[in-house]
Design a protein around this ligand. Structure first.
Ligand SMILES: Nc1ncnc2c1ncn2[C@@H]1O[C@H](COP(=O)(O)OP(=O)(O)OP(=O)(O)O)[C@@H](O)[C@H]1O
Length: 578
């Protein structure tokens, strides 16, 4: 990443984090207090030794001893305050970032998801924000405190003795080298363990999710091999961390002790000559030992800055994505349900039209079955009616109103959509149906379920409507899940119904239930059925045959069958297969 773009990222992030001024003020106060409190004890010790102990003067000694104790308590108090409020501040920043990212996911249009995998988005919202918090909030503020401490220690030492200060500082470069080189190796090894752990989880996840396929293809031993390979690599990574940790901390302690030896040797010599007091030498010994922590912290921050900035960049990439759904536009209360495609062209990708000049008039309360080969553009037509996308050119009108003028939210309130696969959210079956209409009551849900004859089979579940979706998901067949989807749609009391009829085979009894429920849902409503099984077309007022993005035939099922054209061929070949 170029230096100036890193700086711009950091500036933007800090600018946003500054919105929590009050917490930040407490953090800064505790950092300053903590730095000052760290400086005090050696200084007080020096006074105690020089003015009281060595001078055999015990009259005010108790006061100095108490002062020393007070400075230790202050050090403890500010350190606790600092740790706690940095966490509070960090969690607030983290919550804001995650909330904005999550909202972005909810408000983005479908183009947003085209080039992002679920795993990638989850990782950005969970892991990247975590890294940013660790490094750019906790790390940065902690390092700020460390830098303050370092500067304070050097000033305090300079005030005590300039020459001794300069000699003591000679050990600092060595500490920096150890912290940079060995500390860096340790931190990199640690990062690697995290990657290996993530790899283990994904191998396990894939094994569980794909267990049937693995067995069917006899791939058990391959998967096992892969797992033990990743396992071995993980062990190696952990052992590397252990080696570097074992090297790093003792080395850091030794360099710290080296500086103490330098102070004792040179300070002792100066004290012998009478140039400094014994108290000053003792204070220096203590200050010299206080370098280690802050130096390590500042270098650790420098080391992880690159990865945190990369994480920040990935976060802003999502936040700045411009594929946002626009919810503005006029509100519609109820629709008669007339839909008109007027020379609609549509492309997902520039230059690749998927719909090529579709003209279609669906009068209110008409049942239309859309049929055609895989990839013909049926689902795309449904996507346009839902306004998941708008036409690239041409218009879609609802009751004569251009769809672009109607607010997406209010339009979707009037449409009941039954996708091919029913997604059950965590929660109970009752909650899963209620989500379709927040204004509906539990009685409404039961009424709707009775209407669709879904009530009986829900009642048969272990806890009826209160069965958890997870448990129900395992107990319910595809068809039964689709019945729940149909109940959801009916609860909205929509004006327009879109059914993406599933091809998957359903047992005859459930199939009958699903079909009856579909017909009941469509009753008196403008309905579009994307029909994979052509048998359902006999209930339609009109069949529309789509091929390669164009409507090639249109008419009542009887007309089209009699015409012996495209639909007739599709129909007879499917019925033949059946
Ligand atoms: N999000 C997308 N991005 C790019 N191309 C897409 C996208 N969704 C669908 N397509 C392409 O658009 C064409 C029409 O797809 P569509 O899903 O509308 O067909 P369909 O008739 O519903 O097919 P099926 O019966 O398989 O569901 C296909 O060539 C498909 O590859």
């Amino acid at each position: 990443m170029a230096a100036n773009s890193s700086l711009a990222l950091l500036k933007r992030f800090i600018g946003e984090a500054l919105s929590h001024k009050r917490t930040l003020a407490i953090v800064v106060a505790s950092i300053v207090g903590s730095a000052l409190a760290t400086l005090a004890p050696p200084y007080i010790l020096r006074i105690a030794i020089d003015r009281y102990i060595l001078a055999n003067n015990y009259s005010g000694f108790l006061a100095v001893a108490l002062l020393y104790l007070a400075s230790l308590v202050a050090q403890w108090f500010f350190a606790t305050l600092q740790t706690f409020y940095i966490e509070v501040f960090g969690q607030k920043v983290l919550r804001d970032l995650r909330a904005r990212l999550h909202e972005k996911v909810l408000l983005s249009n479908l183009d947003f998801f085209k080039d992002k995998s679920t795993g990638d988005l989850v990782s950005r919202i969970v892991n990247d924000t975590g890294i940013v918090n660790d490094v750019l909030v906790s790390g940065l503020l902690g390092s700020l405190g460390s830098l303050l401490s370092l500067i304070g220690i050097i000033i305090a030492m300079l005030l005590l003795d300039v020459k001794l200060t300069l000699v003591t500082l000679t050990s600092v470069p060595l500490m920096v080298i150890v912290a940079y080189y060995f500390g860096g190796k340790m931190r990199r090894a640690y990062r690697e363990t995290r990657q290996k752990i993530a790899r283990i989880s994904s191998v396990v996840e894939e094994s569980v999710a794909g267990v049937e396929t693995i067995r069917a293809f006899g791939r058990e031993s391959d998967v096992e091999r892969e797992f033990s390979k990743v396992s071995r690599e993980t062990i190696k990574a952990y052992l590397r961390v252990a080696v570097y940790m074992g090297l790093f901390w003792p080395l850091m302690n030794i360099t710290s002790l080296l500086s103490v030896i330098v102070v004792i040797a040179y300070g002792g010599y100066l004290a012998y000559q009478g140039a400094v007091s014994v108290g000053v030498v003792v204070a220096f010994i203590q200050y010299a030992q206080r370098f280690r922590g802050p130096i390590n912290e500042v270098i650790g921050l420098y080391d992880s800055l690159q990865s945190a900035l990369a994480a920040l960049e990935r976060i802003y990439e999502v936040l700045d994505d411009e594929n946002v759904e626009d919810y503005s536009g006029r509100e519609v209360e109820r629709l008669k349900g007339e839909i008109k495609f007027e020379d609609v062209w549509f492309e997902y990708e520039n230059g690749v039209p998927v719909l090529k000049g579709v003209n279609l008039h669906i009068p209110p309360a008409t049942k239309v079955a859309v049929v055609g080969k895989t990839g013909a553009g049926k689902t795309t037509m449904a996507n346009l009616i839902m306004r998941f996308y708008d036409p690239t050119s041409g218009k879609l009108r609802y009751d004569g109103i251009d769809g672009r003028e109607i607010s997406r939210k209010s339009l979707r309130k009037r449409i009941g959509y039954v996708p091919q696969e029913t997604y059950l959210f965590p929660g109970t079956i009752m909650e899963n149906i209620l989500m379709a209409n927040p204004e509906a009551s539990e009685e409404d849900v039961i009424r709707v379920c009775k209407q669709l004859s879904v009530h009986e089979f829900i009642e048969r579940l272990p806890q009826g409507y209160n069965t958890s979706a997870g448990e129900a998901g395992k107990l319910l067949s595809v068809g039964e899940r689709q019945l729940i989807s149909l109940a959801r749609a009916l609860l909205k009391d929509p004006d327009i119904v879109i059914l993406d009829e599933a091809l998957s085979s359903v047992d005859p009894k459930t199939e009958r239930l699903v079909q009856d429920a579909m017909l009941r849902l469509m009753e008196g409503r403008t309905s579009i059925i994307i029909a994979h099984r052509l048998g359902i077309t006999r209930f339609a007022d009109k069949v529309v045959v789509v091929d390669d993005g164009r409507i090639v035939e249109e008419g009542s099922p009887e007309e089209l069958l009699a015409k012996k054209g495209y639909f007739y061929r599709l129909y007879t070949s499917q019925m033949g297969e059946a």
